[in-house]
Structure formats: structure tokens, C-alpha cells
Write a protein that binds this ligand. Structure first.
Ligand code: ADP
Length: 438
């Protein structure tokens, strides 16, 4: 066998050019492949039944094979062997490593190839080529195209299976989230119960005291002969009856708020006295916190706008938001052991909206966490004390249920201020009606 290192380098260069041509999807470059074929191109094949003697059919086949590969591919050469048969005839054999990126998998195949190259007019031209793929990929008689097609089918099945698995996980997650939301509601209800018991004890004490006072007054009245004195006693009795009624109403309002809190699902918007609703929930939150921690000592300052009036809202839902905001402020102040811990609750009405601001002088929320605190499951509280759903639930209630906004901003001088804003579309009048909140 003649050996001419320089010429062999030429053969390798020709084969490299050929591979570069095969690897491109540019039609013009692919057409240029024709120029690399010897005039009497002997044909190609990847399997026993796969033989093209026609150079045009060869190019078309390569196009089809490329079109059947919807995945990104890259290749490199594992080995190449050049054998010179004659001065103008060479056989090149080699093995390629073809990397197919079919997310989430990466598939490697290693086809072997044989090229017959002929030297004509000073150029090495392709006279014959043959590719074969690993036996594992091939059915008897299959071509590279059918092997890839089969691989594609397998990969599609894999993708389908993974998609089904992902859908199942998503369904499981959604169910788990719904369970957690319910748990959060129940947990906050549990925390409320202790506070509510305390809240109700006050008005009940008043009711008991005024009732026993009234009984004594009645005894006095029975024994009274002086009509003027008797009239004064009756006036006192009337005042006591009014007080008993007022305190009983207050107890009733508290129980109603607690039951509303436990109720799930959407609820209708109704004109509601905003200040009364906020006032009642401050009491609930404060006594809830005190019941859990007898040392709890956060001062709550009410700064209410007398013009806040009635607002279209779902009282139990907005009540839940207020309890979350107040509970978070209390938690932040208690955890940081802030001296002079204070929460200021402000209500304001302007022409088209009402605002409730819950402002604490605690550690505040870091700038880059301001958006995060509204995400489900974001919590900085120790395990068991927070699951991070309070603010995300509140956000949904305010934005989706009421067309309002819920934001957090720094309190001047330190701390966090949560701003709940609602469209002010109900009449400002606070004249009592059957829908009054508490
Ligand atoms: P959770 O109370 O279960 O943690 P939330 O969604 O109610 O869930 O609150 C999420 C997080 O937002 C809290 O863990 C806390 O880091 C932060 N946060 C909420 N309110 C305040 C506040 N007033 N001051 C400081 N951080 C707060």
C-alpha cells in the first residue's frame, strides 16, 4: 500500500468537510454536498435495503433524516482510519458520537461509517458511503432513519409518562394546599376561641351585675310609697335595661364574628360600618394574643376617621384579613421584644377609596422580602408557629374578592405598615341596619 501522509491529510480534510456539510440544516450548503460527490457516485446505505445510487436521492435522504430529528444534536469523531487503496482511491472508516438532546434525556448513539473517496481533477470526491448504527438500536433491516424514528417514539412516550406524573403531583399539591388553607383557618379559629371567651366575659359580667342591681331596684320599687322616688327608681331601671341590652349585643357581635371567621367559601359584599368592624377585630386579636400569652403587652392605638362610614365588603373575610395583619404585627413585636411595642390602626376615607393601615414599630420587613411576604408558604416564623398562608390568603381576599389592594411599606422610624385599600363604593352613612357588623 502506498502511503502519502500529505495526501492522507487531504482525505481527512475532505471527510471533515463532508461531515460539516452533513451537520448543517442550511439548504444551500446541503446542495453544495452534490459538489462533493463523484460523478459515478456508487451509492450509500445504512442498512441492507437502503441503497441510493442517485446523488440527488442521497441529499434528499439526508434532509429527511435531519427533519426527523426535532432535537438539538451535536457530534464528534470517536476514531477515523484512512486506508489508501490506490493513489487515487481511499477508504475512510470511523465512528461518530452523536449526542441528541431530548430533554430531560440525553441520548448518545455511535454510528460507524465507511466512505469510499476517489481523487478526480485534484479533488477527493465521495464515491460511496455507508452508515451503520449499533445493533441495539436496529431492528433487522432497519435504516438509520427508522431507528431514529423509533427512538423518537420512545422519547415521546417517556415525555407523556413524565407529563402524566407531573400532572398527578400538581393535583396532589393543589389538594394539599387546600387542606393547609383549611387548617390555617381552623388554627386561627382555635387561637381566637380563647380570646373570644375573654371578650365575652366582660359584657356578661356587666349583664349579670346590671341584672342583679335591677332586681334590687325592683325590690326597692315594691317597697316605695313616694311617687317621685318610685319614678326615679323606674328611670334607673330603664338605664340598666339599656345597658344590659347594649352589652348583650356586644357579646352577640363577638360570637357572630367568630362564627363568620370559621365559615368558608365566598361571601357576599354588604354595606358594613368599617370602623365598627376594625374595632371589633382589634378586640378579638388583642384578647386572643393575651389569652395565649398572659405577658402580652402591645398597646393598640385606634386612629379612626369619623367619616370612614360604610363600605361594601364581606365582613367575615375582611375580618380575617384584619386578624392576620394584627396577629402578624403582634408576633413581630413579641418576637423582637420591642420596647414600647405599639400598633397604630388607622382608617381613612377619600373620594374613591377607604384605607385601613396597620402600623407597628417592630423590626419591619426587609426591602427585598416585601413582595415575597404575600407568596403562599413564605414564613420566617419558627416551625409550628407559621405556615406562611396568612398574607397570601389575605391578598386573595382583598384583591380578588374586593377589587382592592394590600401592600406593605416601612413605618417611618422603623417597623412595618400594611395598607389595606378598598373601593369606597358604599354610602358613607353609618345609620344602623340589619347588616351592621357588630
Ligand atoms: P405566617 O404568619 O404563617 O408566617 P404570613 O403570610 O401571615 O404567614 O406572613 C408571612 C411572613 O411575613 C411572616 O413570616 C413574616 O416574616 C412577614 N411579616 C408579616 N407581617 C409582618 C410584620 N408586621 N412585621 C415583620 N414581618 C412581617
Amino acid at each position: 500500500m502506498l502511503y502519502d501522509a500529505e495526501r492522507d491529510a487531504e482525505v481527512v480534510a475532505a471527510v471533515t468537510a463532508l461531515f460539516q456539510t452533513l451537520g448543517t440544516e442550511e439548504p444551500a450548503v446541503l446542495d453544495g454536498l452534490l459538489a462533493l460527490l463523484a460523478p459515478h457516485f456508487a451509492g450509500l446505505g445504512t442498512g441492507p435495503d437502503d441503497f441510493y445510487a442517485d446523488p440527488e436521492a442521497f441529499v434528499a435522504t439526508i434532509r429527511i433524516e435531519q427533519a426527523q430529528m426535532p432535537y438539538a444534536t451535536s457530534w464528534d469523531s470517536v476514531w477515523t482510519d484512512v486506508r489508501r487503496l490506490r493513489d487515487d482511491l481511499a477508504i475512510v472508516a470511523g465512528k461518530l458520537r452523536l449526542l441528541i438532546q431530548a430533554e430531560p434525556e440525553e441520548l448518545t448513539i455511535e454510528p460507524r461509517y465507511t466512505f469510499v473517496l476517489e481523487r478526480l481533477d485534484g479533488r477527493w470526491l465521495l464515491a460511496h458511503c455507508h452508515f451503520s448504527v449499533e445493533d441495539a438500536l436496529l431492528d433487522p433491516g432497519a435504516t438509520l432513519a427508522t431507528a431514529l424514528e423509533r427512538r423518537n417514539r420512545d422519547l415521546e412516550l417517556l415525555v407523556e409518562r413524565r407529563t402524566a406524573e407531573l400532572n398527578q403531583s400538581l393535583a396532589d399539591l393543589t389538594a394539599a394546599q387546600a387542606r393547609l388553607v383549611q387548617q390555617e383557618k381552623m388554627a386561627s379559629l382555635g387561637m381566637l376561641t380563647a380570646g373570644v371567651a375573654h371578650e365575652i366575659k366582660n359584657p356578661l359580667n356587666f349583664v349579670t351585675n346590671f341584672a342583679s342591681l335591677s332586681r334590687e331596684l325592683l325590690d326597692d320599687l315594691d317597697a316605695e310609697d313616694d311617687p317621685e322616688e318610685a319614678e326615679a327608681l323606674r328611670a334607673d331601671l330603664r338605664v340598666h335595661a339599656e345597658r344590659i341590652e347594649a352589652h348583650a349585643r356586644r357579646a352577640d357581635g363577638i360570637v357572630r364574628a367568630m362564627l363568620d371567621h370559621a365559615r368558608t367559601g365566598e361571601s357576599a359584599l354588604q354595606p358594613t360600618d368599617l370602623n365598627a368592624l376594625v374595632d371589633q377585630h382589634i378586640d378579638l386579636a388583642w384578647h386572643g394574643a393575651r389569652a395565649r400569652d398572659p405577658g402580652f403587652a402591645v398597646e393598640v392605638v385606634r386612629d379612626f376617621d369619623a367619616e370612614a362610614g360604610r363600605v361594601d365588603l364581606a365582613p367575615q373575610e375582611i375580618g380575617r384579613v384584619l386578624l392576620n395583619l394584627l396577629g402578624n404585627a403582634f408576633d413581630a413585636l413579641t418576637a423582637a421584644a420591642t420596647p414600647g411595642a405599639r400598633v397604630i390602626v388607622t382608617t381613612r376615607r377619600n373620594s374613591n377609596r377607604v384605607e385601613v393601615r396597620v402600623s407597628d414599630n417592630g423590626p419591619g420587613v426587609l426591602d427585598d422580602l416585601c413582595a415575597k411576604v404575600f407568596e403562599p408558604f413564605f414564613t420566617t416564623k419558627p416551625t409550628g408557629q407559621g405556615i406562611g398562608l396568612g398574607l397570601s390568603l389575605s391578598y386573595d381576599i382583598v384583591t380578588q374578592g374586593h377589587g382592592g389592594t394590600l401592600d406593605v411599606e416601612p413605618t417611618p422610624g422603623g417597623g412595618a405598615t400594611f395598607v389595606l385599600a378598598l373601593p369606597a363604593n358604599a354610602s358613607k352613612s353609618t345609620a344602623p341596619d340589619s347588616n351592621e357588623a357588630g
